[in-house]
Design a protein around this ligand. Sequence first.
Ligand code: NAD
Length: 367
Amino acid sequence: MNEPASARPPVRVAVVGLGWAGRSIWLPRLTAHPDFTVTAVVDSDPAARAAAAEQAPGAAMLERPTELTPGMADLAVVAVPNHLHTDVGAELLTRGIPVFLEKPVCLSTAEAERLAAAERSGGSVLLAGSAARHRGDVRELCAVVAGLGRVRHIDVAWVRSRGIPRAGGWFTRRDLAGGGAMVDLGWHLLDTLVPLLGAASFVQITGTLSDDFLHDRRWAAAWREDQPADAGHRDVEDTARAFLVSDEGVSVALRASWASHQARDTTTITVEAAGGTATLRCTFGFSPNRQGGASLSVTRDGETTPVAVPDEEIGLEYVRQLDTLPAALADPLARGAAAAEAARTIAVIERFYESALEFRALAPTGR
Ligand SMILES: NC(=O)c1ccc[n+]([C@@H]2O[C@H](COP(=O)([O-])OP(=O)(O)OC[C@H]3O[C@@H](n4cnc5c(N)ncnc54)[C@H](O)[C@@H]3O)[C@@H](O)[C@H]2O)c1
């Protein structure tokens, strides 16, 4: 049995990548958490390092992830741009430093294999960002669905009103981000399918992409406080719509939108099962333009019944994820698990893009 986290010395943690996620999500929660002590902050940008040093006084300030040694940290939380996840993660893992890698963990099945190989060769462990399943409302939805019998179909959608991350920067370049809303928000949505469907294998995958908002700075994510780079390159989707069918005949309709004409940022998950339909409406992520409190209901035989969900502070799911990390670091069964799950998720995304990009090439506008 694992000892309680409080009986262990705090986990020495390095935060690698000190941009919005490193400084707004991870550093405040790590420095406030009794199970962690931040021993190093790593970023190639001196301004990002200086800002992080104020948040984590006493932590070593490093320019490159290769400067981090196993003697300095028991865990590296890696939040660099997407195209660097595998290079940085694999390099640290190979040198025996456990890694908690932000989503999207990797951008191809080949990258998932590289991470798994690095984990094995370094005798280390890869852990992965999967916050949404730690939300109280998502947990409640899963508990309700467990009592509804066989699941037939899931509609899952995260639709922002205005939420394009720094258009013209790395987020909107396919070569650096790996894709747009599908990679960014869709990864979280695919992650919420795991507690609902288990390790489902999807045998049919199709979908479409669009970019109707990407070229207009009014649709930027205001809460990031980063300005769109007007001249920067943009070749990803702001909206992805996918339809998946599992080998057990369960269908999933998934929509991920960085921007839309709706007023509020909304996440909706509807699970149709043999014994009833459960619907959760809430807002994932940190946007201040929220849908209001979460609501969950179950409809059976013409009658809709509300189900109570906890009213949680924004971002609590990230703290809950941190709560699990000390035990995961000590658990031999954690080895290989995150890489295997990431391989399944990226395989869905890869096949979605194959389908959607083929269709886009045929569209009259050429987009
Ligand atoms: N889980 C979530 O909800 C969530 C939310 C936001 C971002 N993210 C993820 O976090 C990652 C970072 O996103 P962001 O919004 O913070 O991006 P960002 O551009 O704001 O920050 C990236 C940082 O990485 C630094 N960097 C680049 N190359 C580096 C290298 N080789 N070594 C060290 N530092 C390097 C940059 O200087 C920058 O400070 C992305 O993968 C993103 O998908 C996750």
